[in-house]
Structure formats: C-alpha cells, structure tokens
Design a protein around this ligand. Structure first.
Ligand code: ATP
Ligand code: MG
Length: 253
C-alpha cells in the first residue's frame, strides 16, 4: 500500500509544487513507483512544472465523474517510467469533496509505493481536503519569518494523525554564513518537527523546475525512504577564506 504524503506549507510560492515534482523524480530514480496527485484544483501547476501539460487528456475530475478510469488520466513521465502524474482540472474551481477523492485514492494505493499530494496554499478547505487524504505531511518552508509563521500554523493544523516532516527550501548559504538569513537548523528548531531535508536557492530551478539541485533532492528522497536525516550543506561553500571571497562576489553580482 502506498505511503500517502501531502506536500503543504501554508504560504504561497514556497516551493510545494517544486518539491512534489522533484522529490517524485528522485524517488522514481530509486525505482519506486510514484504517483503525483495535483490537488491545487483549477490551477494545474504540477503538470506544467513536470512539462507534461501537452500530454494531459483526462484529469482528476474526469475520474471522479466517471468519464474515464484512473489509469486513462495518468500521464507517465517521459524519462522516469515509474513516475505518473494525475493532473487536476484546468478550468474553473469545481466542488469536489474529500470523500470523492478518497475513493479514487483507495482504488490506486495498491499500485504505487508513494502518492505525493500537491496541496494548495492556505489553510482553508483546499488544504483540509488534501491533508485528509494523507497519513504523512511534508511542510515546505523558506527561511523567512512570514513563511516560518505560516508553516507553524500548518503544523498546528496537521499534528494528530499525521506524521509531520519539515523541508527548508531556498536556503542561501552566503546569507546564512553572513548571519543575514535564518539557518535551516534554526527553522527546524522553531517548528519542532522531524527535519527531513534542506534545499538551496538555485537559479536553475528558478528558470526550469526540472533542472538543478539533484543532489539535495536525492538526499531528501533517501531520508524519506530510509528514515535518515542527511542534510544538504548549503553553507560549506561560503566558509573559510575562499568562502568569504565567494560571499563578497555574490553580494557584488
Ligand atoms: N530552491 C529553489 N531555488 C530557486 N527557485 C525556486 C526554488 N524552489 C522553488 N523555486 C521557484 O519558486 C517559484 C514557486 O515555486 P512553486 O510553484 O513550487 O511554489 P508553490 O508553493 O507550489 O506555490 P503555490 O502556493 O502558488 O502553489 C517557482 O518559480 C519555482 O521555480
Ligand atoms: Mg503549487
């Protein structure tokens, strides 16, 4: 039976969809059978991030309304044969209940090892619907106070039946070394949940979600699969004499 994990975070734009897509790729690299489910209904960011938008024929709403079988709505990744996306509907927001989606998930969970659920921003009904499908959560947070505050509220909504993991995204090692940005470890300690991973700010991801940062996502996937706590070190390149020079160059760039 699949591990069902909601990727959430409260605040918009912190990297939930990016983490969902790239963690899915890293898990598929480990030969895991993975389904990415887009529950940001009406916005369909996940198939766009995965560059599979043109291959979408049916979506989650078509499955729920019996216009197709789940397997007809899956889009298989072009490079990872064990990775599939179940897109959300493209058009206006639809009234879909958690129960309707739960029925779809229960038909699918024996076919996958991981179902990653991309959650909309906020803590309203869209969040609650996505969270109710999962037994585990990954709270994505950036090292900024507004994001940490929203992540803390998200954690408060989740704790109970859900295992809560935290991933700190967009860490700038140069700013942490200068003491100008919270370190990932400070964020973990503020949120007080399981530390699952650290991801650096990366220009390649900013331009194309599918490129860049593979090493950090491989560590994240290994932590998730094997219960480890290996953290990508964003600060190491900015320590020591050459590190100081790199920081200075980055500041002047
Ligand atoms: N580590 C990173 N380094 C650089 N850019 C990043 C990183 N993570 C995410 N981004 C960029 O930030 C933007 C927002 O990311 P994403 O869409 O994944 O956020 P989100 O939390 O899903 O947003 P929303 O709340 O709108 O669903 C994207 O342009 C993405 O490329
Ligand atoms: Mg998103």
């Amino acid at each position: 039976m699949a591990r069902k994990i909601v990727i959430t975070g409260g605040k918009g734009g912190v990297g939930k969809t990016t983490v969902c897509a790239k963690l899915g790729i890293a898990l598929a690299h480990m030969s895991k059978r993975v389904l990415l489910m887009d529950l940001d209904i009406g916005l369909n960011n996940l198939d766009v991030a995965m560059q599979l938008e043109d291959k979408v024929v049916f979506d989650l709403v078509d499955v729920i309304e019996n216009r197709c079988r789940p397997s007809q709505a899956f889009v298989q990744d072009e490079t990872e044969p064990t990775l599939y996306v179940l897109p959300s509907c493209h058009l206006a927001k639809r009234q879909i209940s958690a129960e309707q989606i739960k029925r779809v998930v229960s038909r699918l969970e024996d076919n996958f090892e991981f179902i990653l659920i991309d959650c909309p921003a906020g803590l309203d009904s869209g969040f609650r619907r996505a969270a109710s499908l999962a037994d585990e959560a990954i709270v994505v947070v950036t090292p900024h106070l507004a994001s940490v505050r929203d992540a803390d509220k998200t954690v408060a909504e989740l704790v109970g039946n859900t295992v809560v993991n935290v991933v700190v995204n967009r860490v700038r090692g140069d700013l942490v070394a200068n003491g100008e940005m919270l370190s990932a470890f400070e964020v973990f300690s503020l949120l007080g949940q399981n530390a699952l991973g650290v991801l650096p700010e990366n220009d390649e991801i900013n331009c194309n979600v599918l490129s860049g940062c593979s090493a950090a996502f491989e560590l994240l996937a290994d932590n998730l699969v094997n219960g480890k706590q290996q953290m990508f070190d964003c600060v190491a390149p900015y320590k020591g004499l050459f590190g100081r020079l790199r920081r200075k160059l980055k500041r002047n760039a």
